[in-house]
Structure formats: C-alpha cells, structure tokens
Design a protein around this ligand. Structure first.
Ligand code: UDP
Ligand code: MG
Length: 223
C-alpha cells in the first residue's frame, strides 16, 4: 500500500515535468548525415555538436555498442559489419529510437543512416519523423580509401576487402536514398575533399537556423 502510494506520487511528478508534455510529444529535429565510408561524417558531426548543440547518433557506433553489450543480436550484427552488409532495419531503427527517447535533447544528427530504402521507410513509419535536411558528403572513392586505411581505429571492416564491399553497398543501396531526398529538395551537398576546417566552414552556413542556443557562449569561438 505504502509502496503503491510512493509509485503513484512519482508518476504524477514525472508527468508534470515539462509542463505536462510527455517526451514522445516533443517535436524532434533530425538531420541525416550521409556519405561514403571515410567521407568525414563522424569528424564533422563532432564539430557540429560542439558548435550547435546537437546530439550525435552514429548508427554504426550504436551497432558496435550493441555487439559489445552481449546482446542476442550481437553475432549477427558483427558478421554483417565484417561483410559490409546492411543490418536489418528493425534492429537499427530500434537502437536509434531508444537513443532519441533517452536523450533530453530535441536535435539529432543521425550519422550513417538510412543506408537503403528499407531503412528510410522503416524509420519514417516507426518514428513518424521527417528529416529537416540531408547533409551529404561528396567524396571520391580514392580519397575515402586512403583515409580508411590510415585511420587505424581497430575496426574489423577497415581492410581493403571489406572496404571494397562497403563502397559497392554505398553506391548501390545508399546513393538511391540520397537521390530520393534530392528529388524532394532536401539534400545539402558538401565537398568533402578539403581540410577538416574548410569543410566545416561550409557546413556552418547550413546550420545558421540552429545557432540561437549556443550563441552567447560560442559566438567568438566557432572553429
Ligand atoms: N551499419 C548498418 N546500418 C547502419 C549503420 C551501419 O548496417 O545504419 C553497418 C554496416 O555494416 C556498415 C558498418 O555498420 O558497413 C559500419 O558503419 P559506419 O557508419 O560506422 O561506417 P562508415 O561507413 O560511416 O565508415
Ligand atoms: Mg562513421
């Protein structure tokens, strides 16, 4: 009885937070960050986070964390990553949705997702979210290959054999998603072959609408 009361009180308090607006009613802003493997998505996402207050969700990182957590899907995910294949949408969408629900933020960079039409449709159906825009890193394979082989992050898929498969999956399955959004006028294409700083200079311009929150502290130190 006493426990029931305590639980009821806690629930009431939780509901009152945020002026009674439950987290699922919060309008979420999502930007999909797409580009081939090694095109610089993760590097630039870090800079966007620092400067514009977004939360960075790398689909690949979430899948790698899922493997480490000893999840029942771990072996399947690991095998797919080693082969450069796309993990079933059900798994990835669930991980992304959970990460958004657990975050207090309402602005997300979703990096390396959606990788095919099925990913895109599943995300839309499950979350009901339409991306604000697609940040697309345009980079030739030759440059991406060079970066992937130099980065030494100990990844099981950064070897020439898997990289070749990832390039293929990217052009056959992921580029059609970019083209789909392009036909809706949602793609913002960035030349990814320049230095990190120069690439970010171009990205900054696209994020002007999101500048307000960090303006006071960051305005003099955008880097
Ligand atoms: N992956 C996937 N679905 C995703 C994101 C990643 O199946 O939505 C898998 C896929 O096998 C991919 C690997 O994870 O090749 C690495 O993805 P990540 O985004 O980390 O690498 P990137 O291609 O950006 O270098
Ligand atoms: Mg990445």
């Amino acid at each position: 009885m006493a426990t029931d009361m305590a639980e009821a009180t806690t629930a009431a308090v939780l509901e009152k937070k945020d002026n009674g607006v439950m987290p699922e009613e919060k309008k979420l802003h999502v930007i999909f960050v797409l580009g081939g493997p090694g095109s610089g998505k993760g590097t630039q996402c870090e800079k966007i986070v620092e400067n514009f207050g977004f939360t960075h969700l790398s689909a690949g990182d979430l899948l790698r964390a899922e493997i480490k957590s000893g999840s029942e899907n771990g072996t399947m995910i690991e095998n797919m990553i080693k082969e450069g294949k796309i993990v079933p949408s059900e798994v990835t969408v669930k991980l992304l949705q959970k990460a958004m629900q657990e975050s207090e933020n309402d602005k997300f960079l979703i990096d390396g997702f959606p990788r095919n039409e099925e990913n895109r449709a599943a995300f839309e159906n499950v979350t009901g979210i339409q991306p604000e825009f697609i940040l697309f890193f345009n980079c030739p394979e030759e440059e991406m290959l060079k970066r992937l082989l130099n980065r030494n992050q100990g990844r099981v898929d950064d070897n020439v054999e898997t990289i070749t498969k990832r390039f293929r999956v990217f052009s056959e399955s992921s580029l059609p998603v970019v083209n789909y959004y392009d036909s809706k006028g949602k793609v913002r294409k960035i030349d990814a072959v320049k230095s990190k700083e120069d690439v970010f200079e171009n990205i900054k311009l696209l994020f002007a609408p999101f500048i307000q929150e960090k303006e006071e502290v960051e305005v003099g130190s955008l880097n």
